[in-house]
Design a protein. Structure first.
Length: 308
């Protein structure tokens, strides 16, 4: 029974004095041509790979990953001088001061900045230097992240913040391991912090297992107090340290023996020099005396006959 028939039956029952339940009857939807319906296009899954210069993981960047139509699945964002390590870039970031950079950047890199068509994010626009320059939106980022917006110790962190603000779905970090103990020692915690914000925003973050990012040697409390709680990595380092220490002590003893022998030989050399000076001639001569003719005596006394 369709909706109209049901409504008609209820109306008849009401007229005949029979109790019925009053209900709102929604009129049937008008016929609609399927071609007239607007189907919302699915949201495009946006992937951004931040790419640096570290050879450990730079080669893992998804530069050549494409969909079935051959379209790249990942946007490639390079920074610093990393553009020369990748076959393409969708954006490049150079947030150092251009005047300072002019004194230390190579001529090839400066020429690339001057000729590239890739958008280059800068502190301040300088069309003469970088015609494709784009102003980095630091003020907007600081406003979007009021608690962390001033915590930037490196360009990588600034790029991650921009990707988060733009609402990317997936974020990869390649060639940005920050493993060296120099300036990276204070830069890496900042990058880890912004990766955490990205994860908290529901962004899928890809960090290669070969990278030092989001890594620690051992879990505090569970693996930091030796014994059964000691981590496998910590045990490996401890055994390695014992091996290296034993080898060092062995070579140190050998070095002392060699040093002692060298002192003995130096003393022998000094004695030989003393004897050479005392004898007045070089002990290394061949045994043949070379006497100048003008100083040799005309006659030599032969002891055998006692006569001159």
């Amino acid at each position: 029974m369709n909706r109209l028939a049901t409504a008609e039956a209820e109306a008849i029952a009401t007229l005949e004095g029979k109790p019925t339940v009053c209900r709102m009857v929604k009129p049937p939807a008008p016929d609609r041509d399927e071609d007239d319906e607007q189907i919302e296009a699915p949201k495009q899954h946006r992937r951004v790979a931040i790419c640096g210069t570290s050879s450990t993981t730079a080669g893992l960047a998804p530069v050549n990953v494409v969909d079935k139509d051959g379209k790249p699945l990942w946007e490639i964002w390079t920074l610093g001088i990393a553009q020369k390590f990748y076959s393409r870039q969708d954006r490049h970031f150079q947030l150092h001061n251009l005047d300072e950079g002019a004194r230390r950047w190579s001529e090839n890199y400066k020429a690339w900045l001057n000729t590239t068509k890739t958008p280059v994010y800068l502190q301040e626009l300088n069309p003469a230097w970088v015609p494709a320059g784009v102003s980095f939106p630091l003020a907007e980022i600081m406003q979007a992240f009021p608690l962390s917006g001033s915590y930037f110790t490196c360009m990588i962190a600034e790029m991650i913040a921009l990707a988060i603000m733009e609402g990317v779905d997936e974020l990869g970090i390649y060639g940005c391991d920050l493993a060296h103990a120099s300036e990276y020692a204070y830069q890496r915690p900042c990058v880890d912090h912004w990766i955490g914000i990205a994860i908290g925003r529901g962004i899928n973050v890809v960090v290669p297992k070969e990278s030092d990012l989001l890594k620690c040697a051992q879990i505090y409390g569970y693996e930091t107090h030796g014994g059964s709680h000691q981590s496998g990595f910590s045990r490996c380092i401890e055994r390695r340290d014992q091996e290296v220490t034993a080898r060092y002590e062995q070579y140190a003893k050998q070095a002392k023996d060699i040093e002692r022998a060298m002192y003995v030989l130096q003393g022998a050399q000094e004695s030989n020099r003393y004897y050479r000076n005392w004898l007045g001639h070089d002990l290394s001569h061949t045994g043949t005396d070379h006497v100048l003719a003008d100083t040799a005596p005309e006659k030599v006394l032969h002891l055998s006959d006692g006569k001159p």
